[in-house]
Design a binder for this molecule. Structure first.
Ligand code: AMP
Ligand code: GLY
Length: 417
């Protein structure tokens, strides 16, 4: 099978790494990719948001499957363009991707499907904003309706700051604050059959102790030793299957990866958000634990034959990933700094610890930073404590001037807290 992966972050590196280890995959391409992905896939330049260009590339490569990684191309209809060219796509249509592209649409689907989520109002005027803020009280949760690359959500005790963010958005969702730990649960679906993956936890804040600004994600781990063993079954029954059923009922079936961001509150599990693609950095740890070869699962989802797949098989090991980010991330990250130590990690720590590239590019013989999140250092071990130790040992071998990373990824969970 010839597979083309669209995107160029650590999530796509994790996908390409798994696909490159799959004996069913005879050729693997990634567009546009990055310096790390180039070691496991052939890179092709493309504007990932241009459906016609991606379809032409896939046709030219004679691809049997196209996997679209990030949300922006999905919302822009890249999946539809490739499907129209007759090539199976892992990733939803533009309409179904509205589950991520519009928070108001997601709320509407959840209400229709009876999926538990925070109570909310959709507001377009200052009067509506004031009413909604007063109805819920502090802490205030204010979400830009549209895609905002992780920067659209403000959670604050400060009413003036909440109001200012709301007024800066055209359309805004204001909702009830949900307490309790967050869990990311992914499911692969063809629009009918739903196959849940293993849950993971993401660390969204920039600094240790969940301090500092929100980011795209600074680390993740899986499994979650503290979670109820029935969590996956519960979320399947209450969230994933009803949502997939509701989108099919509307005539806009969702196929691809359905990502449920959940809060485990004292009053039960609630959906915080849906995404229409694999999460980053959770994918790095979830795929590290997946034993089932990936390609046929993704192809069956793309073709509508997921019911033919046997249940997924998982390794007993735990996985931890630590993101190394550029100087000044998430504000105005500095790029172009050389990255040292990559060969050393590859030589000493593989296959238990490895470096997945996010924002990197090759400059002559050097690999340099090219984005806010630069690397996602991933390790597996017999338990979280061991996976953590291996991941941080590998992190310590990497040199990147001015870089930052959290030192507490999976620390509480590894200690049984
Ligand atoms: P989102 O982009 O919807 O994932 O929101 C980003 C982050 O904001 C989430 O991971 C949560 O930490 C936080 N958040 C979003 N919605 C809520 C809510 N209703 N209550 C508490 N925190 C929230
Ligand atoms: N890890 C959060 C996200 O992928 O949206």
């Amino acid at each position: 099978m010839k597979v083309l992966v669209i995107g160029g972050g650590a999530r796509e590196h994790a996908l390409c790494r798994s696909l490159s280890l799959d004996p069913d995959v005879s050729a693997l391409y990634c567009a546009p990719g990055n310096a790390g992905i180039a070691e496991v896939a052939e890179l092709r330049p493309v504007d990932a948001l241009d459906g016609a260009a991606v379809a032409a590339l896939a046709t030219g490569l004679d691809a049997d499957l196209v996997v679209v990684g990030p949300e922006a191309p999905l919302v822009a209809g890249v999946g539809d363009a490739v499907r129209a060219a007759g090539i199976p796509v892992f990733g939803p249509s533009a309409q179904a991707a509205q589950l991520e592209g519009s928070k108001a649409f997601a709320k509407d689907v959840m209400a229709a499907a009876g999926v538990p989520t925070a109570r909310s109002y959709v507001c377009t005027t200052a009067e509506e904003v004031d009413e909604a803020l007063d109805a819920f009280g502090a802490p205030y949760v204010v979400k830009d309706d549209g895609l905002a690359a992780g920067k659209g959500v403000v959670v604050t005790e400060d009413r003036a700051a909440a109001r200012a963010h709301a007024l800066a958005c055209d359309r805004v969702v204001i909702e009830e604050y949900l307490d309790g730990p967050e869990v990311s649960l992914f499911a692969i679906t063809d629009g009918v059959t739903v196959l849940p993956l293993q849950p993971a936890q993401d660390f969204k804040r920039a600094l240790d102790g969940d301090e500092g600004p929100n980011t795209g994600g600074m680390g993740a781990y899986s499994p979650l030793p503290w979670a109820d063993p029935k969590l996956v079954d519960e979320v399947m029954a209450l969230v994933l299957q009803p949502t997939v059923d509701e989108l099919r009922r509307r005539g806009t079936p969702f196929s691809g990866l359905l990502y449920a961001g959940l809060a485990i509150t004292s009053r039960g599990t609630r959906v915080i958000e849906f995404n229409a693609r694999f999460g980053d950095p959770e994918t790095q740890v979830v795929l590290a634990r997946l034993r089932t070869p990936l390609a046929s699962v993704l192809l069956n989802a793309a073709r509508g034959t997921l019911d033919a797949e046997p249940p997924l098989s998982w390794r007993d090991e735990a996985a931890v990933t630590v993101v190394i980010a550029s100087h000044n991330y998430p504000e105005t990250p500095r790029t172009g700094d050389p990255i040292e130590g990559l060969a050393e990690v590859a030589a000493l720590d593989a296959p238990d610890a490895y470096v997945l590239h996010a924002g990197t590019r090759r400059e002559g013989d050097a690999v340099v930073s090219a984005g806010g999140r630069v690397l996602s250092v991933t390790a597996t071990g017999s338990d979280l404590a061991q996976a953590r130790e291996k991941a941080y040992k590998a992190v310590s071998r990497i040199g990147l001037d001015g870089s930052q990373h959290r030192t507490d990824i999976a620390a509480k969970a590894a200690e049984g807290r």
